[in-house]
Design a protein around this ligand. Structure first.
Ligand code: SAH
Length: 254
């Protein structure tokens, strides 16, 4: 009997932001293959018999190449096991979940995708930034920042600079100067607010706010590190408004 593979989103960092379904699957799994960015606390909910396999990739190195991960998923399922492939955020948002699903489908192995809260939504919310807001933004885009240099499908910064209100950029920390340059070159105002959110939704979250003109120097001086998200757009102003309103309420009540 072939087993089944669940390609599961673990949410953005705070272990409590996982879905009820994902939690049930963690508790029932025979094997969990997990990524670097998931909260390790979640593995504590697995049974003591569950085999835990680390597949994480540190930036610049590959702990386990994608091809080996795909083969491992197939092998465990063929042994009849219930397999959870646990990924940070949502498995289909820059998560390579579809590559794994395609491999499983080609072998006729049953699989299911269990979505998770993607880090852009989680981190922005946790920093007090709505990705849409009636006064400021009617659209948002999730963009990868890791494709600034000569790839097959280059990012259309020329279009993104004007046609989307809020940009949520993943994997962009090391490319921040290039991203900033592209957006400015294509006419995005230097005064556009930008937020950098490091380790969003975790107890170690840090948020840096600036504008397109100074954000790269701020990031360097604050020693911003991965994982971090870049949120660009007027919606970043809501964070300050929320903080101000909270302070005023404290003064009024206090
Ligand atoms: N599938 C994931 C994204 C994986 S790509 C998701 O849906 O969230 C990895 C990138 O996600 C990181 O480079 C970073 O930009 C972002 N990221 C993941 N976790 C994060 C966190 N807790 N805070 C900020 N950014 C995060």
């Amino acid at each position: 009997m072939t087993g089944k593979v669940y390609i599961v989103g673990a949410g953005p960092g705070d272990p409590e932001l996982i879905t009820v379904k994902a939690m049930r699957l963690i508790q029932q799994a025979d094997v969990i293959l997990y990524d670097r960015l998931i909260s390790k606390e979640l593995l504590g909910y697995a049974s003591t018999h569950t085999e835990l396999v680390y597949c994480g990739k540190a930036p610049g190195s590959h702990a386990m190449p994608q091809q080996l991960i795909n083969q491992a998923l197939v092998k465990y399922a063929q042994e009849g096991k219930t397999v959870v492939r646990l990924k940070g955020g949502d498995p289909f948002v820059f998560g390579r979940g579809a590559e794994e699903a395609l491999e499983l489908a080609s072998w006729g192995i049953p699989y299911e995708i269990v979505p998770g809260i993607t880090s852009a939504i989680g981190a922005a919310a946790s920093a007090g930034i709505p990705v849409t807001h009636r006064e400021y933004a009617a659209s948002f885009a999730c963009v990868t920042g890791s494709r600034c240099h000569g790839e097959k499908t280059p990012i259309r910064w020329d279009l993104l600079a004007h046609s989307v209100d809020t940009l949520a950029i993943y994997m962009g920390v090391s490319e921040l100067p290039a991203i900033r340059e592209e957006l400015l070159k294509h006419g995005k105002a230097a005064s556009t607010p930008v937020a950098l959110i490091e380790r969003g939704t975790t107890t170690r979250q840090r948020t840096i706010v600036g504008t397109l003109s100074d954000i790269h120097t701020l990031a360097v001086s604050m020693k911003l590190a991965n994982p971090a998200l870049i949120i660009i757009g007027e919606v970043v102003r809501v964070r300050e408004r929320l903080m101000l309103a909270e302070q005023q309420a404290v003064t009024l009540i206090g």
